[in-house]
Design a protein around this ligand. Structure first.
Ligand SMILES: Nc1nc2c(ncn2[C@@H]2O[C@H](COP(=O)(O)OP(=O)(O)OP(=O)(O)O)[C@@H](O)[C@H]2O)c(=O)[nH]1
Ligand SMILES: [Mg+2]
Length: 463
């Protein structure tokens, strides 16, 4: 675990490595301005120590020998109105890695410490500039690959999830406070159990928690992408479809059954959703070859984990026995049935295909002639949209949040059951408190250093 001393001053290169027009080195901590002043000379000779918050200063950085390191812009942010809540200086320099590293080492030699990954945001959290859900949203926003994921991260960063959790917490606290009051005056116990208002309040919070938890199905897809797996017999055109959707020749295509052995995963955006598209070996091939066995094992993993399956058949085939066996393996999983190679058969044959397979709802395509792909993409998008069955406007996008909400709901249900069974109020309130604590953990009112380590280690240095 990183050794966090909130009283020292940290420094890091905040821009991505590589060449850029500008690069930023960031200093945060109580000596940030003072340290910057040791090496920065403003063109107008004014010291940063005298500068107002949120002001930009043109000048030069010199090393200990008086050698000019770069011409820069220094921006000063005063505590507490800064990203971290501490004094913060951003040096906008020329965006070459050598220059930025030189500036970084200079600051390390003049009193700052190299920041750990995510330490700026960790300090923002510890200094109360944002709660834990908002800190996590910073990372989600940086990593967002689609408009949908940007919107979800932005909403969380603005505190919309935190606000909803706050409302739930207040409702639970009210319930808790009333119960405690009854505990202090045991003679009133009879009243509390027959009080309909309590019952309604329990129900309302339980419902709210459930809706939030349900939003995770879509939230997960929005943040992490949906795993869409193309399955089917060898040679039906799975790799051709992969290439067609990606619009490039990613997978090897040939008329030899068993061309694809490994599992190929590539990402694309469909309708604002991030799709992790998977092509793999054809299923149902008997083979003793060790490579085929390995391929089968890998395929198995994706059959387990896939969110959505594109079950593909060759529309020109005469028998679909093997295809139907594959379909059976998908059991309860969401499936889009795809009939490929329609360029080789007249439309009049489509009915025959439906009859032979007992499947009415085919998406007819030709991967090589690029026909029907728009419709297929539409169905994939519809699947992603459908995952949000509730009326909740806020999306739960992280497994950690879902877990906290589930813990809260379980504790609340236990508490409710104890209440209905007219058990001693102590039992009721113990679980109510647990339900409340789980929500506090979600937003970081209660946290452990281990949890913070886990969250912030995902961040880059400088954020
Ligand atoms: N006419 C026509 N041929 C196609 C179409 N899609 C694929 N093919 C051909 O079918 C053959 C098999 O295609 P692949 O994409 O390699 O099939 P696959 O399902 O990945 O096969 P395996 O990797 O062996 O499981 C190739 O010769 C493709 O050119 C299509 O829509 N129309
Ligand atoms: Mg293939």
């Amino acid at each position: 675990m990183p050794d966090i001393h909130i009283d020292d001053t940290i420094v890091a290169i905040a821009t991505a490595s590589g060449e850029g027009a500008i690069g930023i080195v960031r200093l945060s901590g109580k000596d940030a301005v003072q340290i910057a002043d040791r090496v920065f000379q403003a063109a107008n000779r004014v010291k940063l120590g005298k500068a107002d918050s949120h002001t930009v200063h043109h000048g030069f950085i010199h090393d200990e020998k008086g050698q000019q390191v770069d011409e820069v812009l220094a921006t000063v942010f005063r505590s507490p109105r800064s990203y971290t809540g501490e004094d913060l200086v951003e040096i906008g320099a020329h965006g070459g890695m050598k220059i930025l590293k030189n500036i970084l080492s200079l600051f390390l030699r003049t009193g700052a410490r190299q920041a750990d990954p995510g330490e700026f945001t960790r300090r923002a959290f510890l200094n109360g500039r944002m709660d834990l859900a908002q800190a996590e949203a910073v990372l989600d926003l940086i990593r967002a690959k689609t408009d949908q994921s940007v919107t979800a991260a932005m909403s969380q960063l603005k505190g919309e999830l935190s606000k909803r959790i706050q409302e739930l917490k207040e409702r639970l606290m009210l319930l808790y406070a009333h119960m405690e009051a009854y505990l202090d005056f045991p003679e009133d116990h009879l009243d509390v159990y027959s009080n309909e208002e309590f019952e309604n309040r329990f129900k309302q919070v339980t419902e709210n928690l459930r809706t939030l938890i349900h939003s995770y199905a879509k939230g997960e897809i929005v943040r992490e992408g949906a795993l869409v797996v193309i399955v089917g017999r060898p040679n039906v055109g799975k790799s051709s479809l992969m290439n067609a959707l990606l619009e490039r020749d990613r997978a090897i295509v040939s008329d030899i059954p068993g061309t694809t052995r490994d599992v190929l995963e590539e990402s694309i955006e469909i309708g604002g959703f991030w799709i992790r598209l998977v092509d793999m070996a054809g299923l149902g091939r008997e083979s003793d070859h060790p490579l085929d066995r390995e391929a089968a094992l890998r395929a198995e993993k994706y059959l387990e984990e896939g969110d959505l399956f594109l079950w593909m058949v060759d529309a020109t085939a005469n028998s679909f026995e093997e295809d139907l066996k594959i379909k059976k393996r998908l059991l309860e999983k969401p499936v889009i049935s795809v009939a490929n190679k329609t360029d080789l058969i007249p439309k009049t044959k489509w009915g025959e295909l439906r009859q032979k397979t007992g499947e009415n709802d085919f998406c007819f395509i030709s991967a090589t002639a690029r026909e029907g792909l728009g419709r297929l993409e539409g169905q994939i998008e519809a699947y992603c949209l459908q995952q949000d069955k509730g009326t909740e406007s806020i999306l739960i996008t992280r497994a950690r949040h879902k877990q906290a909400l589930e813990h809260s709901l379980e504790a609340l249900l236990r508490s409710h059951a104890a209440f209905l069974q007219k058990e001693s109020l102590e039992f009721v309130t113990v679980d109510l408190k647990a339900a409340l604590d789980a929500l506090k953990e979600l937003v970081g009112e209660i946290y452990s250093e281990d949890l913070l380590d886990l969250i912030f280690q995902e961040f880059c240095v400088g954020k």
